[in-house]
Design a protein around this ligand. Structure first.
Ligand SMILES: Cc1cc2nc3c(=O)[nH]c(=O)nc-3n(C[C@H](O)[C@H](O)[C@H](O)COP(=O)(O)O)c2cc1C
Length: 117
């Protein structure tokens, strides 16, 4: 099984849910002794990747976390991913969604993009 050299999380959050998920995953990475950096894309220059000092070892992993807006990632995250430097490292996408309570039934939210929350 490949070990993970380090994990970099890029997240966008409006009301805090995706930020909380980023925090939880960072805590798990700490427990597993995987170096992890969690970055809010709202706080960085999203057009200048050289400032980010992206260290990319063969087993570096990148994780993008964002809410679902209109069945998809919001434009800010879509544009960030589209501009992200191309490489061969594995990445993962994670989206939080809004559930809806109908009586006792809680729907899981709706996402048009093909990845689970
Ligand atoms: C403008 C807007 C559009 C949304 N569209 C969807 C959607 O299509 N499907 C869904 O399941 N949730 C939708 N939501 C709910 C958010 O995805 C959900 O509350 C998410 O957990 C918020 O994450 P955040 O706290 O990190 O911003 C929408 C929320 C907003 C504000």
């Amino acid at each position: 099984m490949a070990t993970v050299d380090n994990l970099t999380i890029f997240y966008f959050t409006g009301t805090g849910n995706s930020g909380k998920v980023a925090e939880w995953i960072s805590q798990v990475a700490d427990e597993l002794k995987v170096p992890c950096e969690s970055i809010s894309i709202a706080n960085i220059d999203r057009r200048n990747f050289s400032k980010l000092n992206l260290s990319s070892k063969p087993n570096s992993r990148f994780l993008f976390i964002s809410p679902t807006h209109g069945f998809n990632y919001p434009p800010v995250m879509m544009h960030f991913i589209m501009r992200f430097p191309k490489g061969t490292n594995k990445i993962a996408l994670l989206n939080t969604r809004g559930g809806l309570r109908i009586g006792k039934w809680v729907t899981p939210g709706l996402s048009g993009i093909a990845h689970p929350c």
